[in-house]
Each structure stands twice: as structure tokens, then as C-alpha cells.
Design a protein around this ligand. Sequence first.
Ligand SMILES: [Fe+2]
Length: 237
Amino acid sequence: MLGLFPENFKFSKFGFARISPEMDNKKNFFEKISYKKNKDLLIKDRKDAGALKVKKENLQKSYNLYADLLLKYGYIKFAEKLVGDKIYPFVVMHMLNDKKTKELIWHRDQYFHGKNFIGPKFKLYKLAIYLQDTNKNNGVTGFIPKLISPRFRNRYLDTMFAYLSSFLSIHPRLSVGEAIIFSGKVMHHRPKQKNNNFREAIIFSCTNSPNNLPNLKDNENEFLNFYIKTKIDYGIK
Ligand SMILES: [Fe+2]
């Protein structure tokens, strides 16, 4: 299943790459793990433009599911091939947008503001798996060409410039189970939901070594540690 990497398997000039693992019964599988019919288990995150997120208790109960998804279906293998380095997911977020969720404005997860580097001080990648067909109308992550997205060392100018050049942005059309990966330094946004096909996604924050996160190391409630244990159990290097 994972022997062949597709042609065109690389990061685009927009700073993201697409991961499309082959799976049987994709649609059924993702419907089963969906929270679309269990919205009472979600909590609104005002800091994330009102997105609805799976509560921590439920998230923890499904750590095995998320680790399996990454390891068995090959998302990690593809991601490692793309970045040319190891990939360690350290946080998992399972979330849904509905019509009340606002746009998550153009931003980078890591950037300079004056002399200060904001965000994690290590290599950061976001890996987002979409649970349904997703495009601009239901909140797929959008990107701006890296070339015309110079990094002002000022977050306000940087965001303003992103809006000025956003007519050149791209919003990939993804099918159920497809994922994208992008660096924390890349400009991106989440458009507002425009149709009834709620966007549900599982988003992993990843880095290239567990040593980047020494304070998570001994806490067994952290996804990173569950993931590492699962990886060892499966004998994956
Ligand atoms: Fe972000």
C-alpha cells in the first residue's frame, strides 16, 4: 500500500503538500469516527474563531484511534518522506466548523515580531486530515504563494499584506481522508463555512524530534507519549 509515492509528491509553491493514502471504505471509516452527530461532545473555542472542538476527555479516549490512523494508513510515512525528516505528532485536535464559526484570519503559527520569535521554538508542522470532501466553501485551509508572501518582521504588516495578496491564494479541493501538511512558518487561513457540509478535521501539531518537547516527556496523558508507545508496539522505526 505504501510502496509507491505519487508523482508530483512534494511541497507546492504555496508551502503545503497533499497526502492521499489509499484506504478501503474510506467514507465509512471517517463517518464512524465523526462527531457530526455528537455535537454535544464538542466545546466552542472562542480563541479559534468559534470552532467546535472535541473535549479533552473524549480526545484522550481516542488516542489509539488517532495513533492508528497516522501509523497504519501511512500519513506519517508520507509526511516524513515529504519533509525529509522524522515526524512526531505532539498534540491532536479534533474539530468541526459550522456556519457560526468565523474565518480564522491569515496568520503564521511561527513568526518574528520585531526581535521576538513568536510560537514554538522548534520545527513545527501542521498535519490536517479532513473527514469529508473539503474545499473553500466548507473551510479548507487556504494558502498564499510563498514568493509574494514576504515575512515582514511585524505581524500586523504581515497579515495586512496577506489580505492584499489574498486574491492569489489557493484553497485545495480535498476528498474525504486526504490530508495536507505545512510548516508553521507558512501563511494560511481558514475561510468561513458557506454551505451545510460542516468541515471536520483532525489536526496534529508535529515536530522532528521528541527531544524538542522535554516537558511533555513524562506525562502519559500527552498524545506524543501514547504515539511513541504505539509506534514501538508496531515495531515501526
Ligand atoms: Fe494556524
